[in-house]
Design a protein around this ligand. Structure first.
Ligand SMILES: Cc1cc2nc3c(=O)[nH]c(=O)nc-3n(C[C@H](O)[C@H](O)[C@H](O)COP(=O)(O)OP(=O)(O)OC[C@H]3O[C@@H](n4cnc5c(N)ncnc54)[C@H](O)[C@@H]3O)c2cc1C
Ligand code: SF4
Ligand code: SF4
Ligand code: SF4
Length: 379
């Protein structure tokens, strides 16, 4: 097994394979890493309900296997859950992992001690509006939903009676529902920044739902997968050229869709200062957007929080404008700042007005490599 190779794989245990989001390869690989002593702990997402989940750090392989399944749960600052000096394997979406790289760059987190399994990501759903969407757009009771998935451009909910209810994502998003706004313009769909990048794109038809396409991205990825195969937890076969081609094609279609949303959301502004003042008018300066940010490591005594108050203005725009500028090279566009804002300000989209064009101009995508961002090197 070598870096750059791609496989179709699944959990050997039939029950795990059935419960897995797409064949259970991920949880089986994580459980094998624990059992064989490659890592001391594993970070997985534990389901609370169809709509909510929580990252948990565990050393129990059974708890890891119990986490099987794909949840459309929002991102989390995963690196903040991992203690320094502990060997951990973690699973996350592209933005979850991009945030971990940013913290590693700030010496808050040791990437060398961490094995990362990334999940391809077409987008996640905000819990509260999603419940409302299910009522309004699908005409069903959200408490009756037991499963959700995105397939072929549809968002499908399965209810307790076994019935599937599908609607086009385009139609839902036109009506103001669907994926979180940051997911619509997200530019990383396959987490090649992880050690293993896993997803269902490219899985052959006869194995759809029962296997995962895995790209081995690093030597640590080789270690993870060979450990799982040698331990008898996972079975793999080489991915065909056709599988690789299909995966690329779907990724391109998703990125084209993101580009369309980007054009639609980021319309040019006439009076920039007025635009930001208006957008931030209802900010209550609670700092939740800073607190939750997976790339923010300064703490309370920082440029963005201290400067406005030392001017005795407590001016909201100052706080945000400093922050937008400060992290425009490191924002990974995860959308969490919008998720938590009690004033319903689209903080991440305001931030992205700075970050996206800046990172594009510099040919830099934050959180994809352990490299210094632009302006940190003098040539
Ligand atoms: C939100 C989301 C969107 C996805 N979109 C696509 C897509 O568009 N195209 C594609 O090819 N693949 C996508 N995937 C990946 C795919 O659904 C499978 O997760 C992947 O193939 C691995 O399957 P598995 O059976 O091996 O995983 P499992 O063995 O079931 O393990 C999944 C692990 O991921 C963790 N997990 C579940 N949900 C989340 C979450 N939201 N955030 C972080 N960790 C989580 C679970 O705790 C579990 O440990 C998506 C996954 C998620 C979670
Ligand atoms: S921002 Fe991107 S990676 Fe993160 S949840 Fe949304 S689509 Fe997935
Ligand atoms: S500023 Fe917002 S979108 Fe950017 S990384 Fe922080 S929480 Fe995520
Ligand atoms: S979370 Fe919202 S209200 Fe709180 S500081 Fe950020 S923008 Fe202001």
């Amino acid at each position: 097994m070598n870096v750059g190779e791609c496989y179709i794989g699944w959990a050997v245990d039939e029950d795990v394979r059935k419960r897995g989001g797409s064949g259970g390869l991920v949880v089986a690989t994580l459980a094998a890493a624990l059992e064989k002593g490659l890592v001391e702990k594993v970070l997985v997402l534990k389901k609370h309900s169809t709509y909510d989940a929580e990252p948990v750090l565990t050393s129990d392989p059974e708890e890891v296997l119990a986490s099987a399944g794909s949840l459309h749960a929002v991102p989390a600052a995963l690196s903040k859950k991992i203690p320094y000096g502990v060997k951990v394997a973690a699973v996350g979406k592209p933005c979850d992992i991009r945030g971990m790289y940013q913290m590693a760059l700030r010496q808050q987190f040791n990437l060398d001690d961490t094995y990362l399994i990334g999940l391809n990501c077409g987008g996640t759903l905000p819990p509260v509006p999603t419940r409302q969407m299910i009522r309004v757009m699908y005409g069903i009771d959200p408490d009756e939903v037991v499963h959700e998935e995105i397939a072929k451009g549809n968002l499908i909910f399965t209810t307790r009676d076994g019935q599937e209810h599908a609607k086009k994502i385009d139609e839902l998003e036109e009506a103001g529902f669907g994926r979180r706004e940051s997911c619509r313009y997200c530019i990383v769909k396959i987490p090649t920044n992880a050690d293993l990048a896993c997803g269902n794109w490219g899985v052959p038809k006869d194995k759809l739902g029962a296997a995962t396409f895995v790209e081995v991205c690093t030597e640590k990825g080789v270690q993870l997968l060979t450990t799982a195969v040698d331990a008898g937890y996972v079975q793999v076969e080489p991915a065909s050229d056709k599988s690789k081609e299909i995966r690329k094609k779907v990724e391109k279609a998703m990125l084209d869709l993101s580009a369309k949303w980007r054009e639609r959301i980021f319309v040019p502004i006439e009076n920039r200062l007025e635009f930001y003042r208006e957008a931030l008018r209802h900010c209550i300066l609670c700092n939740a957007c800073k607190e939750v940010c997976p790339v923010c490591a300064c703490g309370e005594d920082s440029k963005c929080t201290t400067m406005p108050s030392s001017l005795e203005t407590h001016n909201h725009e100052f706080y945000h404008l400093i922050r937008f500028l400060h992290i425009m090279d490191s924002c990974v566009a995860c959308g969490m700042c919008t998720d938590v804002c009690p004033a319903e300000i689209k903080v991440s989209t305001l931030q992205a007005r700075y970050s996206l064009p800046f990172q594009e101009e510099k040919g830099y995508v934050a959180g994809m490599k352990l490299e210094k961002p632009p302006f940190f090197e003098v040539e």
